[in-house]
Design a protein around this ligand. Sequence first.
Ligand SMILES: [Zn+2]
Ligand SMILES: [Zn+2]
Length: 294
Amino acid sequence: MRLGFHISIAGGLDRCIERAIVRRCTTLQMFTAAPVQWARNDVSAEEGARFADELARLDIHPHFVHAKYLLNVASPDPELRAISVADLCAELQAAQVLRAAGVILHLGSVGAKGTIAEGIDRVARAVDEACECSPEGPLVILENAAGQGNMVGARFEEIARIIAATDCPERARVCIDTAHAFGAGYAIHEEEGLERALAEMDATFGLDRLALLHVNDSLAPLASGRDRHWHIGRGEIGREGMARIVSHPALLHLPFIMETPGTEADDVSNMRRIRRLIRPEHRPPLPPLPKGLC
Ligand SMILES: [Zn+2]
Ligand SMILES: [Zn+2]
């Protein structure tokens, strides 16, 4: 098992690594550019290699890139869709330079008038284009949605249909966000509901497609359609629900990435809490904290 956070790259890649160390990460996720602006600075091959070597030295792996929030590859607006696909290509190239395992993508929204079927088709074509523009590139990891605003991917079956419709299914993987699944109505806070959700994942896209789990508690209630990440064990999924998820035998081999809100101190306590919720026999060793960092 590997535990980590979404880590800010503000101040540069070296700062990102420092933040990961302080949080005792053994895996991480990052943006490669500001998530709410189209602008990006290319990461040089040298910077990328230095970053990847340092993460390897610290035994922080795998690491993932999260695409910008602006992207909407399911959009009915051809212009927005085109810049979204172009940015996804840039993201895959950046991820390759950083030696990331994959790029995590929100599947986007079809807007008020669109249908989910149209959205599924547009996302599948975007995955095809992404595979073409980065033939040797990292994985394209499709994240489930909470369901707000005609988002594609709130149902696991929709993700499976996208993968079935791509020309490069070998490059496609899945990231399940626990807060999004809960918002979408999967009762993963209960034992039976968790089993049902896992069975549904397996019957649709297949559990072996999972590349990682986004482990977040939810401030929004079950089936609210809302996406409100919250501190581990302090939300509607709760301590017991979270403990069951992070100790489930079907998930133990996956990297768990938290995207909880707040400060560095909040992250440190979320790490402490998630570790306590993992059964002792599965709890991974805590990575050392180098001298000079508190
Ligand atoms: Zn996400
Ligand atoms: Zn997420």
